[in-house]
Design a protein around this ligand. Structure first.
Ligand code: NAD
Length: 246
């Protein structure tokens, strides 16, 4: 058996950019083989992140498509055989007010949380094949708690992700699989870089620490939950520079 098959494995959706890329790097540093899930538009960045890791592999799959999730599960079985940590990090935010938002926008937004749920459901057997333990970490958002103008479907889906965390924790506790949400505030990634300047300055003015967070500041908590936490489950941990305390 080759050595890398003994390493713990972390699968990270959206693992090639922003917060996901920081999670890929830090969990690799922590000793995990990292499976980076990505979609076409970010293939180049995802390959770049992979090249920086000690040990990992790419998993191309659009989470809005269940067939692609099935293919990804088959690939994980082939490339890794086991899974110890799943980070549901993929996300999109559609920024429009309620009058401009269409049903198609809503469905596009909803497809990500549906895909995170379906991937989690399908990957569970790979947690359980080897041993009864594991960690599932969902990247939600402060705005799922505070609300945010111009982001109604996004805030609804992030609130749903936190509810998923709480319910799944109860279903899996007997198998020693711990499930938590990490809820970032405003973090310096492609998602916030694309916001209009006036929105960015309004956001900055509202953060007590007076700056955006870095992707690494989120990944540090993911690393703690993946590697060291043993009595935290079913909770939402906020990382937001004092913006909201939960
Ligand atoms: P990002 O745009 O770099 O990351 C999102 C990732 O999700 C990208 O890699 C993208 O390709 C991937 N993705 C989108 N749709 C997908 C699909 N259908 N299938 C597979 N992958 C898909 O931005 P980020 O800020 O790093 O976001 C990471 C997570 O953090 C997201 O869930 C986001 O909602 C959440 N978040 C970000 C902030 C912030 O301020 N940046 C705040 C709170 C929460």
């Amino acid at each position: 058996m080759n050595m890398s098959q003994d390493k713990p494995v972390a699968i990270i959706t959206g693992g090639g950019t922003g917060i996901g890329a920081a999670c890929s790097r830090i969990l690799s540093r922590d000793g995990f083989r990292v499976g980076i899930n990505y979609i076409d538009p970010v293939e180049e960045q995802s390959r770049q992140v992979l090249s920086e890791l000690e040990d990992g592999f790419l998993l191309k799959a659009d989470l809005s498509n269940p067939d692609e999730i099935e293919t990804m599960i088959a690939e994980i079985r082939e490339k890794a055989r086991r899974v110890d940590v799943l980070v549901n990090g993929a996300g999109i935010s559609i920024n429009k007010d309620i009058n401009s938002m269409t049903l198609d926008d809503f469905d596009l937004q909803r497809a990500i949380v549906r895909g995170s749920w379906y991937l989690t459901k399908r990957i569970l057997r790979l947690f359980m094949l080897r041993k009864n333990s594991g960690r599932i970490i969902n990247i939600s958002s402060v705005v799922g708690h505070t609300g945010n103008s111009g982001q109604i479907p996004y805030t609804m889906e992030k609130a749903a992700l936190d509810a998923f965390t709480k319910s799944l924790c109860k279903e899996l506790a007997g198998r020693n699989i711990l499930v938590n949400s990490v809820a970032p505030g405003f973090i310096d990634t492609p998602m916030t870089q694309n916001l209009p300047d006036e929105v960015k300055s309004r956001i900055l003015g509202s953060i007590p620490l007076g700056r955006l967070g870095s992707p690494e500041e989120i990944a540090d908590l993911v690393s703690f939950l993946a590697c060291r936490a043993s009595y935290i489950s079913g909770t939402v941990i906020h990382v937001n520079g004092g913006l909201y305390g939960g």
